[in-house]
Design a protein around this ligand. Sequence first.
Ligand code: NIG
Ligand code: FE
Length: 456
Amino acid sequence: MLYVCEEIIIFNSTTLILSYESLSGLKKINFVQQLQGNFMKEVLIKNIKELVQVEEQAKHVVAGSEMAKLPSIKSAFLLMKDGKIADFGEMKDCPDIGADSSSQTIDATGKMVFPSWCDSHTHIVYAGSREGEFVDRIKGMSYEDIAKKGGGILNSARRLQETSEDDLFEQALGRLKEVVSYGTGAIEIKSGYGLTFDAEVKMLKVIQRLKEVSPIKIRSTFLGAHAIPLKYKDDRQGYIDLIINEMLPFISSNELAEYCDVFCEEGFYTPKETEAILNASIDLGLIPKLHANQLTNSGAVQVGVAKGAISVDHLEFVEEAEINALLNSETMPTLLPSAAFFINLPFAPARKMIDAGLPVALATDYNPGSTPSGRFPFVISLACIKMKMTPEEAINAATINSAYAMELTGTHGSICKGKVANVFITKPISSLAFIPYSFGSDLIETIILNGEVYEA
Ligand code: NIG
Ligand code: FE
């Protein structure tokens, strides 16, 4: 077991020294441990009450009525070797593994095992917080009113521009550790609070540094078109030209992002402007992803589909036409119910979408304005409670479909031989539905990333 405090890093039971955090019951996951090691090569979890989301062959998408099916094995084992899933099945077929120092057996009697969540939409690189706007909304202002007054994204941009890369890195690293403790095992992170060449690049460099230390896979998205900076208030095209002619070429040639996102919305970027930015990104090899139909039915879904976006995200305001456009596409509709919850928007019509045959993915949208939370189990509860998704549908949306939204279905999102060994073990729970039912509770007991065991 690994116990960590801010300054001291201590490895496994043979050299165990209890830090103040372990004594107070707070055992932190510290990524620095990866620099040294005494790692398990083989980890066997046995007597699993239920092993959830198992597949023989990796699926890339689960759509429509298939979303209600969540393959699982009761009374199961899971064997992980060298950071990958090596085998799984019923307990009657459980193998014996050696008892040397490179092997570990965990007894999961009464507990369930899940593949880690895949969080395909976050903004965890940001400076400070915006609870002042939260109070303004309580008193009656809307998200749009705040943005129009120069608050919102522009407020975060001002702070981020004044914050050093090192400080930003530390803040974002704290959030990354936090979401890992909630069960997230792969994540997408966006820029978009820089809004100048230097500040956008600073954000993307922070994401690059996070990639270097993170035990979980990180995908990086350039979101320079998140708002129109104040300086360009009367020259929108000037800023769009800066994105197209300077930011995108630099980001592409320095491999600072895999995706390009635009906040296509009234008061932000029009569908036409979005299309121009995406055309430039596609030419440079960055795949589109969009903030779409969050505040109005803006036309963003159709632009995303036409441009082959890997996902269109939010979708609070979609109707038949948008559902039909998505049905004939490879674009993953991604729903972010924590954002709708926090800023009091209608929830996306998940039921309509799934009943029409669409897949949907879920993600947190962790950001300082519309979703100051990266708690994935809460997203799953909201999906069930507010969008009438069944627990099985919500878990498909949080694993295979959200892995698709960052092109990770070959390695993440299910218990499948050869995939990365990123899973979590719950506390003893009565059933799968107990996860969304007990919203707000911490039900994860053990986290395994790349076959390494951490206490949550
Ligand atoms: O996904 N809507 C655009 N972007 C973020 C919120 C940004 C902010 O308010 O800081 C979102 O909700
Ligand atoms: Fe977002």
